[in-house]
Ligand binder design. Structure first.
Ligand SMILES: *Cc1c(COP(=O)(O)O)cnc(C)c1O
Length: 300
């Protein structure tokens, strides 16, 4: 198992004629470089949970997710690295062919349980795990929770955060965005691009992770760039991801970061950022998710 390479994180300045034209600067915080699987925000969202599991002397990590969950596979890889047994409780019946994400999780030694959508919603533990509950440390789906947000707040210590007027990330559970809001400075605005369609509770979920004082900070979620919903995509999005890679050499994924990049570029085109803005995009990793696309869809 490859170690985590925090020293390889870079801040890449983007050079596009649009940016000069609109007088804004754009940079990408490359959290995708930490590790091919525990990439991006996922490690940060795990650290405080891992510390708690150690403090409580637990020897098994259990988390929940869909068959393409980056968080499930990151938990598997982290457990493998740190010597925890791991179990993933997966939404839906066991499919005939497992997703790349789940195969990878199994390769890291994770034991998988499949739950019907109804049992999954109730977060029912399989009996086998229930009987071991003393040794188990449970982590919410996607790492949602205060520990996750506290860990994600450390993301901004890998750049000179004071240099930016806007910081933007893709939003699934909102845990990462909550961390960024916590760590943000008074002159900054945090922008989240939701990757789900009509996720009407998102603002509420985000605010649940923030103190009353933090809720007064500047932040905003955009719901206009989901491309049909979670893990849905269009040819336009694929073309954009390929073009962005050709222009910048930065790969992105079609579930999260591609939608983030598309959304922010579109907002720049629409003059949503005042001249002189300096925008930092958080590259949340997740590139392994691209393996579920037909071969040849992406050029990298
Ligand atoms: C999980 C993930 C996100 C979303 O993070 P949340 O904290 O759940 O909002 C964003 N980008 C990538 C690449 C991810 O894997």
């Amino acid at each position: 198992m490859q170690a985590l390479l925090f020293e390889s994180i870079t801040v890449d300045e983007i050079d596009l004629s649009l940016l000069k034209e609109k007088n804004v600067r754009l940079a990408v915080l490359r959290l995708d470089k930490i590790h091919p699987v525990i990439s991006g925000n996922k490690w940060f969202k795990l650290t405080d949970y891992l510390q708690k599991a150690r403090d409580q002397d637990k020897d098994q990590l259990v988390t929940f997710g869909g068959p393409y969950s980056n968080y499930v596979v990151a938990t598997a890889a982290a457990g493998n690295l740190l010597g925890y047994k791991t179990s993933g409780i997966i939404r839906g019946e066991c499919p005939e062919t497992l997703s790349h994400t789940l195969l990878q999780a199994m390769n890291y030694g994770m034991e998988l349980f499949f739950l019907s959508r109804e049992d999954f919603r109730r977060k029912t533990l399989p009996l086998e795990l229930e009987s071991k509950s003393n040794n188990i440390f449970l982590i919410n789906e996607g790492g949602y929770g205060e520990e996750g947000a506290r860990g994600a707040a450390n993301i901004l210590s890998y750049c000179k955060k004071e240099n930016y007027s806007h910081i933007a990330c893709a939003v699934g559970t909102s845990t990462t965005m909550a961390g960024l809001v916590k760590a943000s400075m008074p002159h900054q605005k945090i922008i989240g691009i939701s990757v789900m369609k009509n996720n009407v509770d998102l603002q509420k979920h985000l605010c649940n992770l923030l103190s009353a004082e933090e809720q007064q900070k500047e932040f905003q979620i955009s719901h206009n760039y989901h491309f049909g919903g979670y893990a849905k995509y269009t040819q336009e999005l694929i073309n954009f991801i390929n073009e962005f890679y050709m222009n910048t050499c930065i790969p992105s994924d079609f579930v999260y970061t591609g939608k983030l990049f598309y959304g922010i570029i579109d907002l720049i085109k629409n003059d949503s950022f005042p001249g002189g803005s300096t925008i930092l995009l958080i590259h949340g990793g997740g590139l392994q998710g691209n393996l579920s696309l037909p071969k040849g869809t992406l050029i990298f």
